[in-house]
Design a protein around this ligand. Sequence first.
Ligand code: NCD
Length: 325
Amino acid sequence: MPDSDRRVWTKKDLVGMEDLSRDEIELILDTAPQFVEVSRRESGIKKVPLLQGRLVVNWFHEASTRTRTSFELAAKRLSADTLSMAASTSSSVKGETLHDTLHNIEAMNTDVIVLRHSAAGAPHILAKSHASHIINAGDGRHEHPTQALLDAFTIREHIRAQRNDPTANLEGVKVTIVGDIEHSRVARSNIFCLKKLGAEVTLCGPATLIPPHIGHMGVNVTYNLREAIREADIIYALRIQLERQHDGLFPSLREYIRLFRIDSDAMKHAKPTALVMHPGPINRDIELSTTVADGPRSIILEQVSNGVAIRMAVMHLLVNSGKRR
Ligand code: NCD
């Protein structure tokens, strides 16, 4: 029997990977395969009634297509009712506070609020003072926990297949994250998650895009791409966040491409079994070449498919096991 049968989920919210234990992370990962199976059904209904009659509100204050549609589909596959609110159509533009808007949304008896916000910490603050289950779908530069969970799940599936061992975990797996670490909530959540699961994490990018004290998180840092990817099992390219670069932190895109792009030349220095990931959306031919993004080593579209199953697992655990205030 997998351990998941003995472990119990008790948290009301999912606000960050920093707050989760290894057991809690593994419980989510072990809950996901049944939902992968639901989405893959070829005949019959791609749905389960686990959130039937529940209300899930997607409340996005920042641009998002992939994450928003993934949460929406996950809620629908659990048979929940869903509402989507974009910030431009919500009353925040009229000066209402987040608390007041959320009290008003909650007056419609919501069960889950999926929040994306540019302010780091917004989901944590709302989670403390509101009854709904809050899921952080990205808060500023801070965290993006469901991205880290779907990444860990995708890596684990491949490690299990490569080793032909259905119980293999991430212990000792070498993950190299390349690019704009400084602005990346995906990198932060992944570092917390991967370290807790026993993986070895190496960061690589221009010195100006790697926070100076990041070594305290237990990661290796190198500014040399070849060195960074030589031993890696997983090469994870981050998006250059063109919208967050106000301070001219690297000399030019051309320079970035020359030194840090993951392309066929760079891949010559990687192990033949190394796999390539990216959280999307990709700036094609900037951080990742089209040949590699669409090539046989890329597992980027699997990340997207697994995202739905992981978000189903998270919502199911929060609503059906998590405490409510
Ligand atoms: C990420 C995000 O928004 O943090 N994308 C996503 O969730 N699909 C990564 C990014 O925008 O670079």
